[in-house]
Ligand binder design. Sequence first.
Ligand SMILES: [Zn+2]
Length: 181
Amino acid sequence: MGGKPPWFRCDPLKLGVTLSLMQPNEALVYTVLMLRVMEKSGPVMETERSLHRRTGLSVKQVSAALAGLASDGHVIALGRDRYDVPDTHAEIARQQTLAAQREYFGKPQRELPSDWVAIKNAVIERDGLVCAYCGDFNGPFEIDHVVPYSRGGENEPNNLCVACKPCNRSKGARTPEEWLS
Ligand SMILES: [Zn+2]
């Protein structure tokens, strides 16, 4: 996985409070498991031995830390050496939503403004997920510049609409009038 280390995308304040309330060994085991679960976007396989190697704690210390974490509900032992960290669920769900949106709308173009996500969401909220040109509601969808950006059309909601990918690609750098004539 590329990008930033996962904990920058967590709630740092909540993470800090959570860790400060744990025994040091528990905090160490918790951090390792939490990051592994974030990385895998779901439960992970670990043993007391593998956690011993990852943390430098003794197997006995790992075992005691796991018991403490499980009794507090910070770690759930699913059996067969599988562990889950429920604190990560909201963040994983958020990342999966973002990934699905990226897949749905494609990568933003280079010249898009910094508040493009907010603009795009406003257009989707206004238009719904329906192609403005052919009425398709199955997607995949893109955001079309009615007057093409390359020809001076602005990144303003009144120059943007939801379009299905085939329509948007077919229209290209043309106005609707040019495209349809
Ligand atoms: Zn369409």
